[in-house]
Design a protein around this ligand. Structure first.
Ligand code: A2P
Length: 272
């Protein structure tokens, strides 16, 4: 079976397509609408958005207009990074559902451990409060899985120690050259599934000489090597493109990178 049709299973038994379409920096309106429609037309069944991307309404509209049953598409959104309260999280979730025009969401994540405007700020209590609201929504059936994003081991422990449900997912930046081994090992230990955003290093990895040499060896593109790398590591890549040819290419990763070549890719240092 092609990778685009394959699923990972989260700790609560919910299944999630292995490859998702990232929509960070995809503009609301026609761009987001056409991008999501194009991905769905080409076999994607996993769409990743966020309140902070300001494109939920267009994403939701494209999903509806695709004609594909809602329950065949896995949709993620994220609580805005500055919302660190119980009531704030409940309210923001309702706004997300309204924007998407959905009855339920597949996955809802705390976007970051701190507001993007105050990176590094300690928000342990706020994260616990926001997560407790998400637990209530999860138990009520309005969300099928809950989790966190950009959380490092100490942020994860804060949630595990003070909340009831171990997060089902941690979505982190992950690409060749970015060492996330400590966070990934911590997630694995607690059965938290890791999703990889920016698997192409926001596009910058595509110029890397060694990755291009590896692509030539396998007869694929550099983008396909980057995406396949994340899959070989057991993570779910969320490549973003607004171009149909690239959307198709990024899901066409039905090859395996040999362990000795993974070891070469593991040694590449981020050069930007
Ligand atoms: P575009 O949207 O114009 O296609 P990441 O997923 O790591 O965040 O990378 C996204 C960036 O990489 C975007 O700038 C996107 O541009 C570009 N990109 C995505 N897929 C490909 C591809 N297959 N070939 C070249 N560039 C790509």
């Amino acid at each position: 079976m092609k990778v685009i049709n394959q699923y990972f299973t989260l700790s609560n038994g919910v299944t999630m397509p292995k490859i998702g379409l990232g929509t960070w920096q995809v503009k609301d309106g026609d761009e987001a609408y056409q991008t999501v429609l194009s991905a769905l037309k080409n076999g994607y069944r996993h769409i990743d958005t966020a309140e902070g991307y300001r494109n939920e309404a267009s994403v939701g509209r494209a999903i509806k207009d695709s004609g594909i049953p809602r329950n065949e598409i896995f949709v993620t959104s994220k609580l805005e990074s500055h919302i660190k309260s119980y009531d704030g999280a409940l309210k923001a979730f309702e706004e997300t559902l309204k924007a998407l025009d959905f009855e339920y969401l597949d996955l809802f994540l705390i976007h970051a451990p701190w507001p993007w405007s105050e990176v590094g700020k300690e928000c342990n209590e706020g994260n616990v409060q926001a997560y407790k609201a998400m637990e209530v929504l999860y138990k009520s059936g309005k969300i099928r899985a809950i989790g966190i994003s950009n959380f490092s081991p100490e942020h994860i422990d804060n949630i595990i120690d003070n909340c009831e449900i171990v997060p089902h997912v941690n979505q982190i930046a992950y690409f060749i050259g970015l060492d996330q081994s400590a966070t990934i090992a911590h997630c694995k230990k607690h059965n938290i599934f890791v999703e990889a955003y920016s698997p192409l290093g926001t596009g910058r990895l595509l110029k890397n000489v060694q990755i291009n040499q590896m692509a030539d060896k396998y007869g694929v593109t550099a983008a396909q090597i980057c995406i396949r790398y994340c899959l070989e590591k057991g993570t779910a890549p969320l490549p973003k493109s607004t171009h149909e040819d690239r959307i198709i290419m990024n899901a066409d990763v039905d090859f395996e990178i040999k362990p000795e070549d993974m070891a070469i890719l593991d040694k590449i240092k981020k050069d930007f």
